[in-house]
Write a protein that binds this ligand. Structure first.
Ligand code: AKB
Length: 341
């Protein structure tokens, strides 16, 4: 009998660290972790198997199917928005073809098992594209079906993969005589900028917030690449993991849609700066807008409407802005660098 497992891709990333650390508290959780990077020891200890491999490697994925009964997939692997712009074609391969590989695997597993494999897919506010700052300011809380004209390869990939998930769940092999009897249960969240106290970001355009805090805590000079008035929705990583697990466990009949917004607080870069300077008075922070990265952030909504998530599966963040900084980020990050000093 094959072991029933949870497959996590992009396992060594920021969200992977948070998710595995949380799932690992349940001794019964059988986690298969895959990443192109070796898994850090602090999360590898929670995994039944950690595989250093590529989701583009179909043979590797085929071997996973042979050995494990995959019940849930958290497909976290992705090349984020800034890094993707330096090599859009590679980003497309990883973000789209990699996702296609995982969706095929999930459908095959669903047919073998005679029940739907849950496919949990973190999308992003990068799926939105507002044409200019006036529109961004006037748009208010953007709903899931508004302003879907992303301007980054990453955002386009995320939006397309949302549609791929819908296709594999509802229309895959629609003309076949033996139309798939069991298919996947695709569920997705469009995350805002995420800030973790225990990991640092790599390659995102919302990274200015976590980078500013982590740099200040290490007394390292930091140049913020967006204007002070730049506003984005954010949440702290514990709330992002909470949202993933709430959506995964929600009764399917409660879900009115496959893709949900979630959010917590929407500060300007200047508001973040003032909080950080208050916590770390010696911090050396200057603002120097990087015009191209600024244009990406200006195309993302200042706020999103997460009414559907609150209504369908009881979404509610644990941390508002004050709690995020005062109860989680500042004390935890300060402690992290004292320990590492
Ligand atoms: C990025 O900046 O690319 C990500 C995101 C907003 O999805 N953090």
């Amino acid at each position: 009998m094959r072991k029933e497992v949870i497959l996590i891709t992009g396992a060594n990333g920021e969200m992977g660290h948070g998710l595995i650390s949380q799932l690992g508290q349940n001794a019964d959780a059988q986690i298969i972790a895959i990443d192109v990077q070796p898994l850090d020891n602090d999360i590898a200890k929670y995994c039944t198997r950690s595989i250093q491999g590529d989701i583009l490697d179909s043979l590797l994925l085929g071997r996973l199917i042979a050995e494990f009964e995959i019940r849930t997939i958290f497909h976290l692997a992705s090349i984020l928005s800034t890094k993707a712009e330096y090599n859009p074609e590679t980003a497309h391969k990883v973000n789209v073809e990699g996702t296609l590989n995982l969706l095929r695997l999930a459908v095959e597993q669903s047919q073998w098992q005679g029940k739907s494999v849950k496919f949990i897919y973190p999308s992003s506010i990068a799926a939105y594209g507002l044409p200019d700052l006036v529109t961004k300011e006037q748009a208010g809380k953007v709903r899931e079906d508004e302003w879907l004209q992303p301007i980054t390869m990453y955002g386009i990939n995320k939006l397309y993969c949302e549609h791929l998930g819908r296709y594999y769940q509802k229309h895959y092999r629609q003309l076949a005589v033996d139309k798939a009897s069991h298919t996947i249960d695709f569920r997705s969240i469009r995350f805002p900028g995420l800030i973790s106290a225990v990991t640092v970001p790599t390659g995102g355009t919302s990274d200015y917030a976590p980078e500013m805090i982590h740099s200040a805590a290490q007394n390292l000079p930091y140049t913020c690449f967006v204007r002070p008035d730049t506003r984005l929705p954010f949440m702290v990583m514990p709330d992002a993991i909470k949202a993933l697990l709430m959506l995964e466990s929600a009764p399917k009949n409660n879900l009115s849609r496959q893709v949900y917004n979630v959010t917590s607080f929407s500060p300007t870069a200047d508001e973040i700066y003032k909080i950080v300077k208050s916590a770390f008075p010696e911090a050396q922070i200057e603002c120097c807008s990087h015009s191209n990265r600024q244009a990406i952030v200006d195309s993302w909504p200042a706020q999103v409407d997460d009414t559907a998530a609150c209504r369908d599966w009881g979404w509610m963040p644990d941390y508002n802005q004050d709690q995020a900084f005062n109860d989680y980020l500042i004390p935890t990050i300060r402690q992290r660098y004292i320990q590492h000093s």
